[in-house]
Design a protein around this ligand. Sequence first.
Ligand code: NAP
Ligand code: MG
Length: 403
Amino acid sequence: MEKIKMTTPLVEMDGDEMTRILWKMIKDELIFPFVELKAEYFDLGLPNRDKTADQVTIDSAEATKRHGVAVKCATITPNAQRMDEYKLHKMWKSPNGTIRSILDGTVFRAPITIPSIRPVVKTWEKPITIARHAYGDVYKNVELQVEEPGVAKLVFEGRSGERQEVEIHTFDGGGVIQGMHNTDRSIRSFAHSCFKFAVDTRQDLWFATKDTISKKYDARFREIFEEVYESDYKETFSRLGIEYFYTLIDDAVARVIRSKGGFIWACKNYDGDVMSDMLSTAFGSLAMMTSVLVSPDGKYEYEAAHGTVTRHYYKYLKGEETSTNPMATIFAWSGALRKRGQLDGNEALVQFSDRLEAACLDTLNAGIATKDLVGLMEGVEAKAVNSADFIAEIRRRLEEKMG
Ligand code: NAP
Ligand code: MG
């Protein structure tokens, strides 16, 4: 069989721990045998981020701006324990945070659903797509811990010489202070991405903040969404019979649980981080949640929503067999290859991506699954296999489809 050729490279961002192990298996078994992969490779594994003083993360984001499509493996966000474990020079920031702030895009997460896994929430009939604002707020914050009485202030010094100052708090002892920001530009492009994605996928768009408490910060999000909707999307929405719905975040959470699904839920950065974990668990497994970062100028970065699955990696290092689910990571590859194919007019690559996903779903529908899914599957006789055997089963089905 002749391998599928690529005209333009995609950006490949390697990562850490168990997902790094899966990454290689996926490439060796499911990509290389079928596609002459053209990729610009960046090693975002923590040792190389430390070695390059995190420059490699910035370079990979810049390359994504150039090439337009990236696929990323999960990566460790260092904390104090990782500083020791990897003997790091510095507590490097979250690579996802760095990449998102360079691309200034929106993350859309949607579960991979199969008939044999019913969502925990019985009313959900369709997937719920979460759109997470990918810039600012607590992910770009500055913090202080103070240990004596004193006053904390928020100060803005405008270029014009205008100065604004408010007192945050007068401390009578120790405490903590946090400063964060967002920009009209980023909120506006977030709004555009969300409305566009709603139009593309013909789904309602929900958005929620806490603007009753945060009368300037959160209210600004609500205002910009309203403006963008009124000026650019209202007519298209009504023509397509879809709806833009704004409410308070706590009301949104309650309504989501009672809904039938089948809509896009736009969330501020932190809400999206937390709620996407809740949704993916309720839909079945974190391992079945896909994720794509879309920039306002149409650059795409695909990844799995889950992390590096540390607990499984430690078992793997001890030589124990692991049954880690590669589905979301495989769908990151198929998503990136499909988008590359669409942008390049490479029909063979698009078709390969469809077949790769179909081979994955066929495998699960045949009851062959990793351990995390077996307990969730109903109506099929499910059998748990390890990661390598699961990928081998997918390969066998993919080979059949590729003739
Ligand atoms: P995690 O890697 O997502 O794993 C949490 C748990 O979820 C696992 O222990 C496992 O449960 C289950 N799980 C997740 N993915 C799975 C898969 N593919 N197959 C089977 N089970 C899966 O989250 P974490 O343990 O909190 O974080 C580990 C590291 O990942 C951290 O260093 C964090 O910084 C990083 N992280 C990276 C990203 C990213 O790059 N996008 C996102 C989140 C976290 P059981 O142990 O019960 O089997
Ligand atoms: Mg999260």
